[in-house]
Design a binder for this molecule. Structure first.
Ligand SMILES: [Mg+2]
Length: 382
């Protein structure tokens, strides 16, 4: 079997799908994207495609090394996201050829169902509480929300008090009937992270995500030494070589590699195993579309240390396109009581509605994240 063609579709809300075709009629789907830089990843996918056309898609390990090493320069958000989506499509092809779900190719299930959590948007406590009530009725008991708005390198007691009051209100509304993680979103720098973590401690968040930016990973150990709150990060780390450092130095309780950013299934299986060796939990990052979520789930179902799966259904970022809009086998993605079952179909287990994808890709808008500025006019982290 030989790879014959790679086709990319940028689609709303901010995603991209990749179709890889073969000379025997089997096709695989991947989701290579960096939110806000989809066209740049798209160019990288097609450059890498030059190495792939004419090759045997079954040799995933070799093709991965070819894409990673043969270009001399490697790593980073763009190249590793391009490799990630291609890798997913190759696993999809392999599973379809052999007639089994990808988790069977990775050694089989370690659990019967996977715990998922839901985002709750809104920056005001009343909005978050209303959103959580709706999701509670749908069976979710675990949530993630932003921990703060923009915060200066050194900021005021008032800003800290506002962030803490919001969390206090949510905890008092639901007691211990819910769990929630707080995403600092890289908005907080080390001095304020230390303060916020201490102030938030009484409300016992399940974890704090990106307490500081990934480029400040050297701070994770120091911050963890000062708080019992589990620290999580990883959506902006792109290979086992970047994760290696945080495992060696310690500090993270949960790693969150993104299966569409960190080299795909092939690389994230390795990152998960490295985490397991350090007693670090796995919670794959996934605010993306159906192929990315399916890829995460195949890893969750073979990784003993997988504890939580993010998923984007109903997420406040999704304007103009929802995860299941592009999926024919919607029933396989049903979440019951917060849990999702293994996807039963061969390959990644996603039947893509290609006509819908082609239609949606026509004049798809270029999503950009908001640009925030501090009161003094300088750029703030979003
Ligand atoms: Mg995050």
């Amino acid at each position: 079997m030989k790879i014959t063609k790679l086709t990319t579709y940028r689609i709303p809300p901010r995603w991209m799908l990749l179709k890889i075709e073969t000379d025997e009629g089997v096709t695989g789907w991947g989701e290579p994207v960096i939110e806000g830089r989809a066209r740049t990843v798209e160019a990288a996918v097609h450059e890498l495609g030059e190495y792939l056309v004419g090759q045997d898609p079954a040799r995933i390990n070799d093709l991965w090394q070819l894409m990673y090493r043969a270009g001399f320069y490697r790593g980073g958000a763009i190249l590793m996201s391009a490799i990630a989506g291609i890798d997913q499509a190759l696993w999809d092809i392999k599973g379809k050829v052999l007639g089994v779900p990808v988790y069977e190719l990775l050694g089989g299930l370690v659990r019967d169902r996977m715990k998922t959590y839901s985002w709750v948007g809104g920056d005001r406590p009343a909005d978050v509480i209303a959103g959580m009530r709706v999701l509670r009725e749908a069976g979710f008991d675990t949530f993630k929300m932003n921990g703060t708005e923009e915060l200066g390198l050194i900021d005021s007691a008032r800003k800290i008090d506002q962030a803490v009051a919001r969390v206090a209100e949510i905890r008092s509304a639901f007691g211990d009937s819910v769990e929630f993680g707080l995403d600092f979103h890289g908005r907080v720098a080390a001095p304020m992270a230390k303060v916020l973590l201490r102030e938030l401690e009484p409300y016992r968040p399940l974890f704090v995500e990106e307490p500081v930016l990934a480029e400040q990973a050297g701070q994770y150990r120091r911050l963890a030494d000062g708080t019992p709150i589990p620290l999580a990060a990883g959506e902006r780390m792109y290979s086992r070589f970047e994760f290696k450092r945080v495992f060696e130095e310690g500090g993270l309780a949960i790693v969150q590699p993104d299966l569409s950013h960190a080299g795909g299934i092939t690389e994230c299986v390795k990152i998960a195993a490295m985490a397991d060796a350090y007693d670090v939990a796995l919670a794959p990052h996934c605010p993306l579309g159906p192929v990315a979520l399916a890829s995460c789930l195949h890893l969750d179902f073979v990784a003993h240390n997988a504890v939580l799966q993010e998923q984007s259904m109903g997420i406040h970022y999704n304007q103009g396109g929802e995860l299941l809009d592009y999926v024919r086998n919607k029933e396989d993605f049903r979440i019951t009581g917060g849990y999702i079952a293994p996807l039963p179909k061969p390959g990644l287990g996603v039947e893509i509605d290609e006509e819908r994808v082609i239609e949606a890709s026509r004049n798809a808008p270029d999503w950009r994240n908001p640009v925030w500025r501090h009161a003094d006019g300088s750029i703030a982290e979003w």
